[in-house]
Design a protein around this ligand. Structure first.
Ligand SMILES: Nc1ncnc2c1ncn2[C@@H]1O[C@H](COP(=O)(O)OP(=O)(O)O)[C@@H](O)[C@H]1O
Ligand SMILES: [Mg+2]
Length: 337
């Protein structure tokens, strides 16, 4: 395979264990996913399923007692197209520091996480630009204004010297996205980027992220508990449950032919996606603790479609159920193995 044709990120069998006084937590249990250059991918699952842990593993910003116990995270660098394994690289190395924030940028739910309150928007974005390029002050200034314009901030020349608190919530969100673009990243990770926003602002921010992803050819990893958020934003979806990918496929396949009982339950539990004819049905019970994982299929304790003892005794394979579409459930066992 030619190097340029390979995926941007290829994560295989990633497991993370956290050794705590209270016991051993297993937030990630053999996660595999890939993101192609310029591809928009969604990661969905209820709170506690390991979505944030997955992106923190990629960026190597895991909690102190956490350890990567298996797997690879092959990443193709922006500078030289070299493949590095983010699972084994030194988390404090210069190379990892360049990747974190340089190659891979984060969009946060709360813009003030990204900004310091005591410096102007211009100074903070310019600093980020100059950290990742050799632009002089004038060129960096022009680039800041260009970025603010790109994310739809009116009068970007005038607003550049504002402090973050002088911007409205929506404008601050946009400025934070401009900051995430300052390093010319290849991959944008957005972890629940719109959860705290009201519905109209949420729709606008999602549209903006989608437009930037397409125009700039960025890869996007959009993390959310809300299937409604990814419906119109990504091409391919990974459904996570208890630190595993239980279903994956093109977004239309996931919505039209959900194959895993968990995905089906998620779809039925979302008000915006449930047609008026259907009744909204919350998923029975809650996500089990990552301190005490169920045996067998992780979802069997809440599943309404169990096929027998096998569900709590064995882990189902990740079987093909449609074009580019896979699910880990004994209902589909034998579909192709
Ligand atoms: N620092 C930590 N110590 C112990 N357990 C943790 C820690 N951080 C997260 N977890 C656990 O790891 C699991 C996955 O968490 P997380 O990745 O934050 O889920 P999500 O982002 O999908 O809501 C959860 O069970 C959570 O309680
Ligand atoms: Mg999270």
């Amino acid at each position: 395979m030619a190097m340029r044709d390979g995926p941007l990120i290829d994560v295989v069998d990633l497991s993370v264990v956290i050794d705590r006084d209270e016991g051993v937590v297993r937030p990630l249990n053999g996660v595999s996913f890939r993101i192609a250059q310029g591809q928009a991918v969604g990661i969905v699952g209820e709170s506690g399923c390991g979505k944030t842990m997955t992106s923190n593993a990629l960026l190597r910003i895991l909690p102190p007692a956490a350890e990567i116990t298996s797997g690879q995270m092959r990443y193709r660098r922006k500078s030289d197209e070299q493949i590095v394994d983010l699972a084994t690289i030194d988390a404090d190395s210069d190379e990892m520091r360049q990747i974190r924030g340089g190659d891979i940028s984060m969009i946060f739910q709360e813009p003030m996480t990204a900004f310091s309150p005591v410096h102007s928007v211009h100074n903070q974005i310019a600093e980020m630009i100059q950290l990742h390029s050799d632009m002089d002050d004038d060129a960096a200034r022009r680039r800041v204004v260009e970025l603010l314009d790109l994310v739809g901030i009116p009068d970007p020349e005038g607003r550049a010297d504002d402090y973050p608190f002088q911007l409205s919530g929506g404008m601050r969100q946009r400025a934070m996205i401009a900051m995430a673009l300052a390093s010319n990243p290849r991959l944008l990770i957005a972890d629940e980027p719109t959860t705290a926003l009201d519905v109209t602002v949420q729709a606008r921010v999602l549209k903006l992220i989608q437009r930037l992803q397409r125009e700039l050819g960025l890869a996007l990893m959009l993390i959310t508990h809300d299937l409604g958020v990814i419906a119109h934003t990504v091409e391919y979806v990974y459904v996570m449950y208890l630190g595993q990918v239980v279903e994956e496929g093109p977004v239309a396949e996931i919505f039209d032919h959900p194959a895993h009982p968990y995905t089906q339950a998620l779809l039925h539990s979302i008000p915006s996606l449930t047609s008026k004819a259907d009744r909204l049905e919350p998923i029975e019970g809650s996500v089990p603790s990552a301190y005490a994982l169920p045996t067998g299929c992780p979802f069997h304790t809440r599943c309404t479609q169990k096929v027998g003892d096998v569900c709590h005794q064995q882990m189902p394979g990740h079987a093909e159920v449609g074009p580019g579409h896979r699910a880990s459930c004994f209902i589909h066992e034998g579909a192709d193995g």
